[in-house]
Design a protein around this ligand. Structure first.
Ligand SMILES: Cc1ncc(COP(=O)(O)O)c(C=O)c1O
Length: 388
């Protein structure tokens, strides 16, 4: 018998990969499930971005392997984007590493810095990939709580009381997924100070800063942040290009080279036309961001109605592609709540527990469905309630 490697122990199949299979099976039975689960933008990228991809891919000389460090055109575009929107200066040659999506960057960072048994602070609730990447790399996850009573920000007093001696790295993500909590400069400052004080590498993941947020923020805006922090960013949500797989890692030169040592053994660069089209996307002005946010805002109003129908409570101050909401008191955990909605109303909503135990009493509703679909979901839920 060929056994799987030990490193897979403790890493199950990704929740969505399993759940989407179940939803597929329900659809095959004719259920026509409305999914408000996953955060995969259904809107197309800007038409000029598509044009660049079409024009560039028709050329004969763009099909070879590309540089491991990405095209200078894309690196320059990322540097200009960081300057324009975050007012952060980055050297395009040395401090920017294009990625095939930020998800792979999470794995690269863990593989580059973690030894067996190194501890890593991960947010609870938080993006599940932090946890699995740490585990796959041999690290040990130590949860830090993001609790409603603490506004879903880290409780530094509590953290300071724990043994941090073996902690090497900390994952942070504001605007936070799934709680929708905003990025705040004072929180970024505290995080950077904490990292410097305890010699913990701060890894900030920033894919949602342009979604339903008037002021995109980066942890690299904090003075001296590059000494202790790496930031990941992505075009998946900000430019509706999730399937294109374009992200970026921003760090000081030494760290970019360290991560590149690992990454250059994993892939052989990105298709050049995709890089050039991504550079075009990064050059778009605020009319692009306004246009997608107008649509998400309208959808969010319908999601509020849906949540009211379900008797859930929520903050209207959230950033990002989701609304995070507390389930009614009558339910102990959101897995049951979500399954009840799925089986009774043919609507899928993500249970908060998949993001960590602190999410057990919450659900996360995606804005990646049309207003018509969300309204249809409300109708189905109402019909089911009226039946009962
Ligand atoms: C918090 C967070 N980080 C990273 C990612 C991955 O994004 P990408 O498409 O750039 O790999 C996601 C995707 O849903 C996310 O929610």
């Amino acid at each position: 018998m060929i056994a799987t490697a030990k490193r897979l122990e403790g890493v199950g199949e990704y929740y969505f990969s399993k759940k989407l299979r179940e939803i597929d099976a329900l659809n095959k039975q004719g259920k026509n499930i409305i999914s408000l689960g996953i955060g995969s933008p259904d809107l197309p990228p800007h038409e000029d971005v598509i044009k660049v991809l079409q024009q560039e891919s028709a050329k004969s000389n763009v099909h070879a392997y590309q540089s491991y460090k990405g095209s200078p055109v894309l690196r320059n575009a990322f540097a200009a984007w960081y300057k324009k929107w975050y007012d952060v200066d980055l050297n395009a040659d040395t401090e920017i590493l294009p990625l095939i999506g930020s998800k792979e960057g999470i794995m690269h960072i863990c593989m580059t810095y973690l030894n067996e048994g190194d501890k890593v602070l991960v947010p609870n609730p938080g993006y599940p990939t932090y946890r699995s990447a740490v585990t796959l790399a041999g690290g040990v996850c130590v949860d830090y709580n993001l609790a409603e009573k603490n506004n879903f920000y880290p409780d530094f007093d509590a953290l300071e009381k724990t043994d941090l001696s073996a902690v090497k790295l900390m994952w942070v993500n504001y605007p936070e997924m799934p709680t929708g909590k905003k990025a705040l400069q004072e929180i970024f400052l505290q995080i950077i100070d904490f990292g410097k004080k305890h010699d913990i590498l701060i890894c900030h993941d920033d894919p949602y800063s342009f979604i339903l947020n008037d002021k995109p923020q980066s942890i690299l805006q904090i003075d001296g942040a590059l000494d202790i922090a790496i930031e990941l960013n992505s075009l998946s949500k900000s430019h509706s290009m999730a399937g294109w797989r374009v992200g970026v890692l921003c760090a000081n030169e030494q760290r970019v080279n360290e991560v590149l040592r690992f990454k250059s053994n994993m892939d052989s660069g990105m298709f050049l036309p995709v890089q050039l089209a991504a550079a075009k996307a990064l050059s778009l002005d605020d009319s692009w961001y306004n246009s997608i946010n107008k649509i998400y805002k309208e959808r969010r109003e319908h999601v509020y109605t849906l949540l009211n129908t379900l008797n859930c409570t929520y903050s209207t101050e959230q950033n990002g592609l989701f609304v995070w909401a507390k389930i009614p008191l009558a339910y102990k955990n959101a897995y049951d709540f979500s399954d009840e909605i799925l089986y009774n109303s043919n609507v899928f909503i993500t249970p908060g527990g998949i993001f960590g135990s602190n999410g057990d009493e919450y659900i996360r509703v995606s804005l990646c469905a049309t207003s018509e679909k969300i309204q249809e979901a409300i109708l189905r839920i109402n019909n089911n309630l009226n039946k009962g």
